[in-house]
Design a protein around this ligand. Structure first.
Ligand SMILES: CC(=O)CC(=O)SCCNC(=O)CCNC(=O)[C@H](O)C(C)(C)COP(=O)(O)OP(=O)(O)OC[C@H]1O[C@@H](n2cnc3c(N)ncnc32)[C@H](O)[C@@H]1OP(=O)(O)O
Length: 453
């Protein structure tokens, strides 16, 4: 029996800042961002958008475009690291909004939950849904990934920002990709990138909240949460490289093979925090698993690093990247980081690229290298199904991204600092944040959304 992705949809933020605008404002060489990291645009949420809105839009599209009967959906599992509540999961909001649009009680027997493990939470959600469908082949599940990758102004993460969601239907008759049963994992508890709660004194808070009745009831010490992570960029790259390498070689063991596994993959889909992360990180696996092993791994540390640099600059490696990784990078360059959704956007970008260039890829194998900070990697593979073209025909990935609205640096600053109070674009045929309750004591902070025709 097969299990995998039967249908896919997406919703990414519809406004963007060109990377060279940011480069000029920050006095960074544009070539570093464009040619070194592969960045072209970064997408940003409008004032009426948050991770519930992106997730609800992607899910609504999936349901409408594929005529999904909600009574058949047994699970909606969400991958996110941009929760808007410490208790109520995004999946709980999604259930309410889908019932608002498609009818009361249509999902009342559906199991829903959020998965959080930085950027790999979406892959964890999918693996669970796949296992569930394997045990219950007549049932269907949906995975939603939704995130807002927001970084501090002037930080090294600033140019990798992005926002949006994907939704995928998981069935035992997948039209897009069927996953094999080998899932290799590598885990280590580290602090490469995280979003801690921080404690501050109540007296440190000034301004409007001090006039609010709920503020008076707070303890003297207050926990605050910031969307932007605490991170060490270069260390996070090292953790990414170490985990993906270890998971890759565990995958070889699971498959019980001494062959070069990536040779059997038509495309390699990796977590892309920015477009060129995959190509910068893969040279070690490329070198260690080459049929003619290019490095032994026993070299002195500095010699080893020099060899990796040399390999990544070689013509053979560039050809390898162009053939196996480049299609996944296209969308990433135009969107930025989607955290949990990045690897699935890489898959969609690859499929859309082959669709647009009229390449037939049925029956070819794709390899997946997932990563989440904190840290964990999973390596797995799947086979593209004969109906993949039909299944993605209406998705219109590149056409939709092309319509994104360009903003200037001043507007970007206001959005980032939450000083922009009105929508840049009027929502149409989509969900929008309506209001956040600020008066009724037992509903303080509740978020309400509306569908805008
Ligand atoms: C966050 C997640 O989603 C989870 C993860 O994956 S963790 C791993 C990734 N970490 C992150 O994304 C954290 C946030 N990001 C960051 O901190 C940073 O953006 C980063 C660490 C990813 C990059 O850091 P940086 O200091 O800006 O760039 P740096 O590492 O020096 O690389 C610049 C590249 O541009 C190249 N470059 C510089 N100037 C150039 C020019 N003029 N022309 C062409 N290339 C140029 C450099 O040679 C270098 O490439 P190579 O190493 O491949 O040769």
């Amino acid at each position: 029996m097969k299990t995998g992705i039967d249908a896919i949809s997406f919703d990414v933020a519809k406004i963007h800042l060109p990377i060279n605008t940011l480069a000029k404002a920050r006095n960074i060489e544009p070539e570093k961002l464009e040619k070194g990291l592969g960045l072209i645009k970064m997408t940003l949420p409008d004032t009426h958008q948050d991770t519930v809105v992106f997730g609800a839009n992607a899910l609504t599209k999936l349901i409408l475009d594929n005529n999904i009967n909600l009574n058949e959906i047994a699970r909606i599992y969400v991958g996110t690291e941009s929760a808007i509540d410490s208790s109520k999961p995004i999946s709980s909001f999604l259930i309410a909004l889908m019932e608002q649009k498609f009818g009361a009680n249509t999902l009342s027997e559906c199991d829903v939950v959020d998965f959080t493990f930085a950027c790999i939470g979406g892959v964890d959600a999918m693996q669970n849904c796949i296992d569930f469908v394997k045990l219950n082949p007549t049932k269907k599940a949906i995975v939603v990934t939704t995130d807002f990758a927001k970084y501090d102004l002037n930080s090294t993460g600033e140019y990798t920002q992005g926002a949006g969601a994907l939704a995928m239907l998981i069935t035992s008759t997948p039209r897009i990709i069927a996953f094999e049963n080998n899932w290799a994992t590598s885990t280590k508890g580290v602090f490469d990138f995280f979003k801690p709660y921080r404690t501050i004194s109540k007296t440190a808070i000034t301004g409007n909240p001090t006039n609010e009745p709920w503020f008076e009831n707070l303890e003297n010490e207050v926990e605050i949460h910031k969307d932007q992570p605490v991170f060490d960029g270069q260390y996070s790259n090292q953790c990414y490289m170490d985990r993906t390498r270890d998971a890759y070689f565990s995958f070889k063991k699971l498959k019980n093979t001494t062959e070069t596994v990536y040779d059997s993959w038509k495309s390699i889909v990796m977590h892309l925090p920015y477009a060129f992360q995959g190509r910068r990180m893969l040279s070690e696996i490329y070198a260690l698993d080459a049929s003619n092993t290019i490095i032994s791994g026993d070299e002195e540390a500095s010699e080893y690093q020099n060899k990796l640099k040399e390999i990544s600059k070689s013509e053979a490696y560039k050809e390898f990247i162009n053939e196996k990784l480049m299609p996944a990078e296209i969308a990433s360059s135009l969107i930025g980081n989607l955290y949990t959704g990045s690897i699935f956007m890489g898959l969609l970008s690859t499929l859309a690229h082959f669709y647009d260039t009229e390449k037939e890829i049925s029956d070819s194998k794709f390899g997946f290298l997932a990563y989440g900070s904190g840290s964990k990697s999973k390596v797995f593979e799947g086979t593209i199904q004969p109906e993949w073209k039909l299944a993605i025909a209406g998705v219109n990935l590149f056409e939709t991204i092309e319509e994104s609205f360009k903003i200037d640096f001043d507007t970007y600053n206001k959005l980032h600092k939450k000083e922009q109070k009105t929508s840049i674009q009027t929502p149409k045929n989509e969900w929008a944040l309506d209001r956040i309750e600020n008066e009724i004591p037992n509903l303080i902070g509740a978020r309400y959304y509306k569908w805008v025709d």
